[in-house]
Design a protein around this ligand. Sequence first.
Ligand code: ATP
Length: 218
Amino acid sequence: MSQSPAPLVPVGIFGGTFDPVHYGHLRSALELVELLQLAQLRLMPCAVPPHREVPACGAAHRAAMVALAVAGESRLVCDDRELGREGASYTIDSLIELRRELGGEHSLCLVMGCDAVLAITTWHRWQELLDWAHVVVIARPGWHLPGEGPVADWLRRHRLADPLQLRQRPNGGILVEELRPLAISSTEIRELLAAGRSPRYLLPQAVLEYIEAHDLYH
Ligand code: ATP
């Protein structure tokens, strides 16, 4: 009788601008770690976003804020690999790098919010993402997944019914998870700061102190 292989403990990678990181990102990250029993979830600040305006604050500051935010929670890690690459930061390049580090058998999950999924067809080599990782979509307040069109077809074709399926193969599936909705965005935090108002309690105090110490977002 053949033995079933040991379950693969997935590693997650959560890309974003994190301009700045806030409790919407952090709480979602921790809930996913526990729900999917990830070995680790890596928060990966994008150095040069290909599809949006230049971030308000430099990549080194954004990565430093992510590192501060996850300090003390060993299951969350800041992954600053995109800061070391020239040109636009393409997620596919990071997945290929991670795959090389982890090996071909390890389960890898790319985490993204609904807003990111809706724009996925504009991503560089988007149809290859599932060749390197699974995709885990976080349902986000105010956003709905499309019912028709290329994104809907992509979701339907690869959709997984159960988180356990993330452990049965290294890549290729899409899981949609509804987590605690927290209607917090970096845009709102930047607007509060620019208006001289406090974003306190929307993001970690250590991140707010970093923003004040470096006079960011004014
Ligand atoms: P901005 O307001 O500048 O667009 P943001 O708050 O959406 O920023 P990003 O850094 O762009 O943050 O987001 C990184 C990832 O985190 C994206 O996939 C996004 O969908 C997700 N995300 C952002 N805010 C939340 C939230 N409150 N709850 C769940 N996911 C979130």
